[in-house]
Write a protein that binds this ligand. Sequence first.
Ligand code: NAD
Length: 291
Amino acid sequence: MNLINGKEVADSLKAVIAAQVNEMTAAGCRAPHLVAILVGDDGASQTYVGHKERMCTEVGFRSTVLRFEESVTQDFLLGEIEKLNNDAEVDGFIVQLPLPGHISEQRVIEAIDPRKDVDGFHPVNTGRMISGLPSYLPATPDGILELLKYYKIETVGKNCVVIGRSNIVGRPIANLLSQKGRDCTVTVCHSRTHNLSQTVAQADIVIAAIGIAEFVTADMVKPGAVVVDVGITRVPSEKTKSGWKLLGDVKFDEVAPKCSYITPVPGGVGPMTIISLMKNTLKAAKREIYK
Ligand code: NAD
């Protein structure tokens, strides 16, 4: 069994991004600039945005966080988005989800100029991705592709089962793996799938993105399979100082010995997600996707 070390892969990509930023600034260009919009005081969202800010600094980007009260109106937020769309000093921006219930996430996502949509959630970027055109890829699926590439894991002709069909993970990774060049035969399982265990047991590559701790057990996994665990569930623990620990969607201890490769939680897919956002922001600053 080989453990996929997401931190190591993320660090190597981070060094490449930082070197490119150095080149840009040495040539007299300004550093890439990422803006994050944060609404309300959700603890997890604040932590994620904090990580993104720190990573920007580490790779040499300029970073701005716009914080708004939970009670901000949708119209006000759309106005702020329009300002960012028109601000030549901003290369890319994200709106940290989830948003409060009175704001339509879809309206907000669709208000972002696709050229600055570095989360890759705008339908224009989604459509381009599905068509195999250059686009900003959503961060978690892109991170999974980077892990497979780094470990030279063969995808061509392999059976891949994706568990979960969310817009940010399951659906895009299923599509990307089926595209020419990656050439997987992909099955998507979800909450209404019959015979899920038998389907997963056929997979050469399993991608679990459900959000149910330790859902995937050893009996569901074919010997020699590659298992990518996207899930993150916080559970109480008496063994940690904080009083909680993170579990993935895969019952790691019993599944790992059967696998050829497996991602741990934490330290697998997680560290890749922020790096992919940095990759997109650099692409935006270099006008690589949209000229
Ligand atoms: P989501 O919560 O939007 O959707 C969950 C999906 O799982 C749904 O498509 C649903 O059909 C499927 N599902 C639910 N119960 C199921 C069941 N019993 N059997 C089969 N399928 C079932 O999912 P998401 O936003 O993709 O998140 C999934 C997990 O990944 C969460 O734990 C989330 O925290 C984590 N996540 C991690 C990262 C990272 O960077 N590591 C990024 C995004 C999401």
